[in-house]
Structure formats: C-alpha cells, structure tokens
Design a protein around this ligand. Sequence first.
Ligand code: NAD
Length: 316
Amino acid sequence: MKIVVTGGAGFVGSHLCKRLLDEGHTVLCADNCITGSTRNIDALRTHPNFQFIQHDVTEPFDYEADAIFHMASPASPIGYMEHPIETILVNTQGTHRMLEAARKNNARFLVSSTSEIYGDPLVHPQTESYWGNVNPIGPRACYDESKRLGETLTMEFVRQYNVNARIVRIFNTYGPNSQIHDGRMIPNFITQALKNEPLVIYGDGSRTRSICYVSDLIDGLMRAMFSENTQGEVFNLGNPNEHTVLDYAHEIIKLCNSRSNILFEPVRVDDPERRRPDITKARRVLGWEPRIEKEEGLRQTIAWFKTQIPNLSSVL
Ligand code: NAD
C-alpha cells in the first residue's frame, strides 16, 4: 500500500514508518520538523520505498495514498506550550486537510488523539465512553481542546462522507527516538539519572502514571488502522499497569546505576493526578495489549539515551 505518515520524523511516527517499510509498504513521511528531527529517519532515507517531504500539513496536501496515519502534532507539554497556535492548527486545520486527502483518495485514515482529551479525569481508569474533564482556557488547552476538535472533525467525516476513519487515544508512550529535552517524565528521569543529577518530581511522587513501550503502541496503531469493523471507532492505546512517579524514579536510578537523589518541586498547573487507560475495547476488538515489561522497556530506552548524551562515559 501507499501510506502517508504525517509527523513521521517524530518519536512515534519514525517507529511507525520503519514498521510499515518492514511490512513492504511504500511510505511518504510528511513533517515540518517543528518538534521532530530528520535524525529519527536517517536510517530509513536510503530505503527505496521511503520518501520524506518537508511539509506543514496545515497547507494543501495533494499526494496519492491508500492509508493516512495523521500523527503530526507537538506532543510534550514543552513542545505544545512553546508552539500553542501551531498545535491548535495542526490538530484542527491539519486534521481537516488530511481528512480531505483521505476522502479524495478513498483511503483509510487514523488520527492520533491523546489521553489528554480526558483532562484531569474524574473516573478511573478511563474508558472511551468517558467525556473528560478539561480546562478549556488553561495552558494545556491548546493541545487538549484541539485534539478534541480533531476527533469531532474525524467523526463528522465518517458521518457526512463515509470516510474510513478511526481515532486512537494514545496514553504516555516511551522508548528510543523520544526527545531528550521534552520535559516528560521518562526522558527527564533517564537524562537526570545518567548525568547523576537529582531527579525532579513535581508533587510528592504519589501521582501515578502508566507508560507504554513504543513497539507495543505501534502494534496497536497497525491493528486499529487495518482491522475490519474499526471505521468510526475510538480506541484507548496505552499500558494499564499503573505505578507512582516515585516508583519510576527509583527504578530508573537503579537501572542507570546512578548516584542521583530525588528533588521534590511544586505540582504543575493542570497536571493530572492519575491517568490510566481502560483497554478492554482494544483487547476485544483489536486483540491488542501491551507485551513489553516495564523493566525491559526502560532498559532499551536507557541504552538508546546513553548513545544520545555526549560524553556520558566521563560523567558516569
Ligand atoms: P513528536 O513531537 O515526537 O512528533 C510529532 C511530529 O509532528 C514531529 O516530527 C513534528 O515536527 C511534526 N509536526 C508537528 N506539526 C506539524 C505540521 N503542522 N506539519 C507537519 N508535521 C508537523 O511527538 P510524538 O510523541 O511522536 O507524538 C505523535 C502523535 O502521537 C501526536 O499526534 C501526539 O499528540 C500523539 N500522542 C503521543 C503521545 C506520547 O506519549 N508520545 C501521547 C499521546 C498522544
């Protein structure tokens, strides 16, 4: 198939491009590199079935496709708070452009939404039927609310034009190719631990997070896109195993053989207390669930981070 991956030079998109090439597809990766980097796709660029275009997907897009994975959007709080307007536009206007492209090509379409559409959830764990608790004017709203509108647009293209589209709500994902300075918990902790600097926890560490290794997420994206009877469906994709932030900090310090200690700082605005996916639907409809254990995923991620931090050996 001819497959378009928007945001393909980003963390998740780069793994997705590789998986699609490995399965024999032709991949067009469209990215404006606002938060991603062509470094993530360096190894793919010599592949005969791979093409990269530097393109802002809020602009007109006229390429043939059998399937479109719309992954473009800043994803980390640092990324979207630095580019709030661009984030709103890529998730609304960009989603509209890509939905039009899917409609014109009669292509399958998948939009990457986020657990953040649940905001600071009042129910645990979150099922797809929960509508969320979002602050529409807070500093995270550029991301949460634009993703929500992107979902609405997608459902209207299903209802109005019968586009073969589905929505995936991605929960915290980690692994190689993530941005070292993106401000999210796992990259932060690993970088700090490898440098023997204090691991900074916002709050007292009792907040919980559940994290999914990237290869598991890619498997879920593939199943959501290509399984039958997924048109107009919404799927949570994430790892339901919940641990406290303090647990992650201790485990990363141990796996990095680090001398770091832990520094507690005040909680950040609109930072959710807990977030944990209910993946009953993905299990039932897609036959999907995460397989990589936390320790194995963290080891692989730490190994990759070690290759990214200059002069690491002299620091350790
Ligand atoms: P990322 O920032 O690493 O990748 C996103 C990519 O989109 C980047 O390469 C960026 O340059 C590109 N992009 C942004 N605006 C664009 C535009 N207008 N035109 C073209 N390209 C543009 O983020 P990621 O972690 O890989 O996230 C991928 C998708 O998954 C995003 O839609 C994000 O909202 C969603 N998601 C990710 C996570 C996670 O834990 N990583 C969690 C929830 C949702």
